[in-house]
Design a protein around this ligand. Sequence first.
Ligand code: ADP
Length: 399
Amino acid sequence: MGLRRIGLLGGGQLGRMTIEEARKYPSYFAVLSPDFPSPGADLADEVVIGDLSDPEAVLDLGGRVDVVSYEIEHVRVDALKELEARGIPVLPGSAVLERIQDKGLQKRLWDEAGLAQAPWVDLPENLSALPPADRAEALRSRAARVGGFPVVQKLRRGGYDGRGVRVLSGPSDEPLPGPSFLEARVDFSKELAVVVVRAPGSEPAAYPCVEMVFDPAANLCDSVRAPADEPPEVLESALRAALRCVEALDRAAHAASPGGAGAVGVFAVELFLSRDGRILVNEAAPRPHNSGHFTQDACAASQFEQYFRILAGLPPASTEQYRPARMLNILGDPGASGVPEYEGLAEALAVPGVTVHLYGKREVRPWRKMGHLTAVADTPEEAARRAEAARSRLRVLGG
Ligand code: ADP
């Protein structure tokens, strides 16, 4: 089989870890990145420096490779469509990204597919421009339709890591500007995630369901427990929901764009486990995900290896998890800025079962995701203990 040259939009850590895994095999990567050096571009065979939202730059990248993918959702769908029209496959297909980029369209799809989720209602596009009394009335009437305040307002586009999400406690709270919807606030006991792998012509496969633990100070998913500590029937129903999400994305994409690739690639589905024991879909990402980083050190093959294999036209690997794992993000110290300095790396690596993955970012900022570590052990408790021990020894300071 000839080597498929892969074009990746985005120069971040997800691309970097994909290229790291791919180097076990013959591989060729061209990366479109706004900056060089950058985590992904550093390891590429070829770099196109350009903006991900510049169609010319995307087409330039596409002209150099056999298949294009994206490690970030914030890219121009019209440029991806143009690539497809020119016969350059885009994985996952542009129609999948188009759905996912707009959280309102995602919500609609989960409803159409009969998946359980938080009730929601669209907000008027001109909400922010309304006089305060009208705005409050618009919020009050819509909040009533999803169970009343407090409600969660979500921007349809452009949000990530919690930006674009605001809890409104009453009708006089200031909403975020921009097209958005209201969603009932879920009383959840846990946030769960499932990474799904879907290669062309094979059944989708899922990694074990994990729990994402959020750090309110950093406003980030801080820790991942793999597998989640729930009874088998809960884990099973999370897996089923995640697989159904990916199948729904695939059907919708093929209906919108029959020539596109559909939902082929690696997906992460975020779910809520409500206090009354129901699995509710939150959102999906069309790429490897923080909740799947544990797969690098605890599974037969990582989410990045799966991603590479699918892009390269190779068969997917097993999603089996060998050992319990705990993944922790490594963030910039609260006061850190400038060139990163890693203090305590040797001490962290001295903890048994621990692997540290640093992303090679050239600059540290407070709370910036600089890397992650994963600990594996015979029990989940021991994995957690090892991970915390390693992280307490490691700091990212600014030089
Ligand atoms: P993003 O795309 O920015 O990650 P999410 O929709 O995942 O946005 O929301 C970010 C976080 O906000 C979630 O991880 C969860 O903690 C909280 N959240 C989102 N939606 C709800 C909801 N309906 N009820 C309660 N909490 C929510």
